[in-house]
Ligand binder design. Structure first.
Ligand SMILES: [Zn+2]
Length: 194
């Protein structure tokens, strides 16, 4: 079972005190994130799909790697406390990883070692979570607006899939291109991209 990890969400640069939070602070932010409409919606749909998640499903941990969080089948969602400074960042990671959990739940044959499967879930998580909303992109210093959303999703999909030990850069790129249209347009459990 391959662990899936995502590129760091924050670009930093907000202030000099951007050194993350403690595990306890992050756990608090995870608790607060559970009240947001997107998180509630995704949890409801996980439940409807037969994958009810308990309160220990999402954990704050200290991460050595430059990732914001991850989802591992059978273990749950991790949020990297030392890379989280704001509630909004935690919400974003939780939403992104819940989309992976939803994909894992609804597709019995999802194989995280398969670069196309992984790329598909990253495309969906990147698109549907709002990771690439233009305001977030401006904060990261990417100022090109036209086509920015898809460029941003592609960039982040590549980062995540390359980190999969089963996927070389070339394999990640091929996989992403092969499944792009189908997976970008698959907005379940939303009617359309939120
Ligand atoms: Zn991801």
């Amino acid at each position: 079972m391959a662990a899936e990890s995502d590129a760091k969400t924050s670009s930093g640069g907000y202030s000099s005190a951007n050194d993350g939070s403690t595990v306890e602070e992050c756990q608090d932010m995870i608790r607060r994130s559970q009240r947001t409409p997107m998180v509630k919606f995704l949890r409801e749909h996980l439940e409807k799909s037969g994958c009810e998640i308990g309160d220990n499903f999402i954990k704050a941990i200290h991460c050595d790697e430059q990732v914001s969080g991850g989802y591992v089948r059978g273990e749950g969602i991790m949020v990297c406390s030392n890379h989280m400074n704001f509630q909004d960042e935690v919400n974003q990671v939780v939403i992104h990883e819940l989309i992976h959990a939803y994909d894992d739940c609804r597709a019995a044959n999802l194989d995280w070692a398969n670069c196309a499967h992984h790329a598909c879930s990253e495309i969906r998580a990147g698109h549907l979570s709002g990771d690439c909303h233009y305001k977030r992109e401006l904060l990261r210093g990417f100022v090109k607006i036209r086509g920015h959303e898809q460029d941003c999703v592609r960039r982040r999909v590549m980062k995540s899939v390359i980190a999969n030990p089963y996927c070389s850069e070339a394999a990640a790129k091929d996989a992403m291109e092969a499944v792009w249209d189908v997976c970008y347009n698959d907005t379940k459990p939303f009617d359309r991209a939120p």
